[in-house]
Design a binder for this molecule. Structure first.
Ligand code: DQA
Length: 143
């Protein structure tokens, strides 16, 4: 089983970026923890981050045919990127949406996700462990 783990804009700044909201781990540290858990679960992961909507869509189009599921934190694209939403639909893969912070406890405009209606589910507010939970759920489903 192969899972794409996709991070959207500004998530490359984790560690420095508002640690009270997003935690103090860097993206490299989070990806390393995800890769370690994936090895334990005997699933393959491919992690990718971009600040560009087009690069995220290109990655999904190129990699989805070779993958079984997607875990994505779309960053601020969560709230308005219909082209990212469409790319996820076209992938025809189960999608789990992850947010480090609880988007429902923040500004009103963050309460709406255009991704959530096409996702299998959403994990919001549980920090980096949200990615691990998503991975465990997908691995358990394949077993
Ligand atoms: C985020 C929440 C978004 O509203 C924000 O724009 C982000 C990070 C999160 O992980 O909590 O970039 O997706």
């Amino acid at each position: 089983m192969k899972i794409l783990v996709i991070h959207g804009p500004n998530l490359n700044m984790l560690g420095k970026r508002e640690p009270e909201l997003y935690g103090d781990k860097t993206l490299v540290e989070i990806d390393t923890l995800v890769e370690k858990r994936a090895r334990e679960l005997e699933v393959e992961v491919l992690c990718f981050q971009s600040n560009s909507e087009g690069a995220l869509i290109d990655f999904i189009q190129a990699q989805a045919p070779k993958a079984d599921a997607i875990i994505i934190n779309p960053g601020a694209f969560t709230h308005y990127s219909l082209s990212l939403r469409d790319a996820l639909i076209v992938s025809d893969l189960p999608v789990i949406e992850v947010h480090l912070s609880n988007i429902y406890a923040r500004e009103e405009w963050r309460h709406k996700s255009v991704i959530a209606p096409i996702a299998r589910g959403q994990i919001s507010g549980l920090g980096w462990r949200g990615y691990i939970a998503a991975l465990e759920i997908l691995a358990a489903e394949k077993a």
